[in-house]
Design a binder for this molecule. Sequence first.
Ligand SMILES: Cc1cc2nc3c(=O)[nH]c(=O)nc-3n(C[C@H](O)[C@H](O)[C@H](O)COP(=O)(O)OP(=O)(O)OC[C@H]3O[C@@H](n4cnc5c(N)ncnc54)[C@H](O)[C@@H]3O)c2cc1C
Length: 356
Amino acid sequence: MSQVAEDADASASVAAEAWRVLFRSGLAMAPFQIELGGEDLVAPRMHQDLVAVLRLVGGADLSIARLYEGHVNAIALVRRYGTATQLERLARDVADGSLAGVWGADDATGLWAEDIGGSWQLKGRKILASGAGFVTRPLVTARTDAGQVMLLPRLEAGERADVSGWTAQGMRSTATGSVDFSGMVLDAEQVLGSPGDFMRQPHFSGGAWRFCAVHLGAAERLVDLLREHLVSRGRDGDPYQQQRIAQCVAATTTASFWIADAARRLSDETADPIATVAFVNLTRMVTERAALDVLEAVHRGIGLAAFVRPHPVERIARDLSTYLRQPVPDLAMADAARAILASPRATASLWSTDEG
Ligand SMILES: Cc1cc2nc3c(=O)[nH]c(=O)nc-3n(C[C@H](O)[C@H](O)[C@H](O)COP(=O)(O)OP(=O)(O)OC[C@H]3O[C@@H](n4cnc5c(N)ncnc54)[C@H](O)[C@@H]3O)c2cc1C
C-alpha cells in the first residue's frame, strides 16, 4: 500500500487501487454487523481490534486512513442513531462499492435544510470534505430551525464536488474539498436520528481516539524508517542516535497506552461520560505531542535526506504534520483541565472506574 501512497501523492488523487485492496480485504464492510456482511468492527467489544486496524492503515497510508476513519465513523453513527432500513441500505451500497464519510465542517454560511412538507430542501455546502467526488454515501450535518441534524444524501461519483482549493502541503491524496448541496431534496428516510444527536457526548468528542490511532500508526512508521536508516548506514552505535530512538519509542508507546485506554473507556457504557471525554481530550494532547517529538527526532536523526523526494519520510512527515491539525486542540485541552479541576477525586484516582 505504501508504494500506491507515493504515486497518489505525486498525482494528488485518491489511490483507487488502495481502495480496491481495502474492499477486497473486507475492511470496507467490517464495521457492519455480521448479519449485514461485516465483522462488527465498531461494536464496543471490538474496540482493541479497531485500534489495531486504524494504527495499521495509518502506518501504511495516512490519506487512505483518513478516508477509512471517516467511513468507519459514518457507519458507527448510522448504527447508533439510524433505523434498520437506513443501516441495511448503507450496508448494501457499501457492499456495492460505495464509500461513506462524515462531512461536518462548514463555511461561514453553513449547510441549511428546510422542511418543505415532509421533505428537506438543502441550501449551502460542506467544506474540508475528504473524498469529495469519491465518497458517494456521506453523512452530512445541516442546520434546521430545530437544531443540527444528520443527513444521508446519495451522490454520484464526481457530483457537486470541487477539490480545486485543496493545495495543502500534505494529505494531498485525500481529495479534500467542498461539496455544494444547494437544490438537493431529501426525503424523511434520509434524516438520521434526532436534532442534536451528532454532538451527543461522550461519542462526539470521545471518538477522537480514532484519529489518534491513525496518527500513532504513522508516527510508528517514521520511527521504523529512522531505525532502518541508522542500521543500514552503520550509525546505530552512536549514543545521540540511540537517545533519539529511545525517546521516540517511549513517546509512541506512551501514546499507544493512552489510545488503548481511551478506546476501552469509550466502549464502556457504564463509564462516566465526563471522565471519558476528559480522558480522550488528554489522549489527543499526548498523541499530538508524541507525533511532533517523533517528527523532530526523525528529521534531525536522518538529516537532509528526509526532505528529499522520494524518501518515504518526506511524504509521511508532510502528511502527518498536516493531519495532526485537528479541530480546537486548545479547547480540548482546556475542557480536560476544567473537568479535572472540578473533580473531587485525588489525582491518583482521577481515572479510576470505582465509584466515588
Ligand atoms: C486531511 C484533512 C481531512 C479532513 N477531512 C474532513 C472531513 O472529511 N470532514 C470534516 O468535517 N472535516 C474534515 N477535516 C477538517 C477537520 O475536521 C478540522 O475541521 C480541521 O482540521 C481543523 O483544523 P484547524 O487547524 O483549522 O482547526 P482550528 O480549530 O481552527 O484550530 C486552529 C488553532 O486555533 C485555535 N482556535 C480554535 N478556535 C479558536 C477560537 N475560537 N479562538 C481562538 N483560538 C481558536 C485552536 O486551538 C488551534 O490552535 C479534515 C482536515 C484535514 C487536515
